[in-house]
Design a protein around this ligand. Structure first.
Ligand code: 5GP
Ligand code: MG
Ligand code: MG
Length: 185
């Protein structure tokens, strides 16, 4: 698996330090007194990030998953995401924090925000581990007082590890690396 990685972009230690910063920022922004916010991880890619993040938030929150599909097995999004597995928690009147692995064109996120709005969420924030702003095609409108948190800005490479896959492999790498292009081209 290691020999398939061209270079490491963020090590396990760098990731841990950044996740701690994000958890502090989110905690500082949480409004106490209102219903506990719902942190919704976008499966499968955000599973490690969500797990690391929520363990450092020392305030009441609830946790759930949602699944959106647009990719299949390739490296390019089809641009028409659909929700294939919905979160089960009631989000009506609550603050939702969508936890993503990476925002690329933005279409998955736009679909998820619209979905949370349709279910009555009072506000939607986004916490994405990586952001590739250079590839954005869809503008992201947050709902209400929602905020946008980013772990790292990602250069325009196809990356794997720390939850992110290629054809369902490499999710278990503890760091983020660039996959050798000959493996997917
Ligand atoms: P978008 O809808 O923003 O184009 O794509 C979002 C989804 O595509 C991400 O949540 C992620 O699952 C996948 N994706 C985008 N870029 C990459 C990448 O560089 N590596 C991996 N493994 N997945 C990516
Ligand atoms: Mg994702
Ligand atoms: Mg994927």
């Amino acid at each position: 698996m290691e020999s398939h990685i061209e270079r490491v972009l963020w090590t396990q230690d760098e990731i841990a330090a950044r996740v701690s910063d994000l958890a502090s920022q989110i905690s500082a922004d949480l409004v106490t007194g209102s219903p506990p916010p719902v942190m919704v991880g976008v499966a499968t890619g955000a599973f490690l990030f969500l797990a690391d993040l929520v363990r450092q938030i020392k305030l009441p929150i609830t946790v759930d998953f949602i699944r959106a599909e647009s990719y299949g097995c390739g490296t390019e999004s089809s641009g028409k995401p659909t929700i294939s597995f919905d979160s089960k928690l009631d989000v009506a009147g609550k603050h939702v924090i969508l936890v993503e692995d990476i925002v690329d064109t933005g279409s998955t996120l736009a679909c998820l925000i619209a979905h949370m709005e349709s279910k009555g969420a009072s506000s939607v924030s986004v916490c994405t581990f990586l952001d590739k702003p250079a590839r954005r095609k869809v503008h992201i409108h947050l709902l209400g007082q929602g905020k946008f948190y980013t772990g790292f800005q990602c250069p325009d490479y196809f990356v794997v590890g720390y939850g992110m896959d290629f054809a369902e492999l490499y999710r278990n790498l503890p760091y983020v690396g660039v996959l050798k292009p000959e493996l997917y081209k």
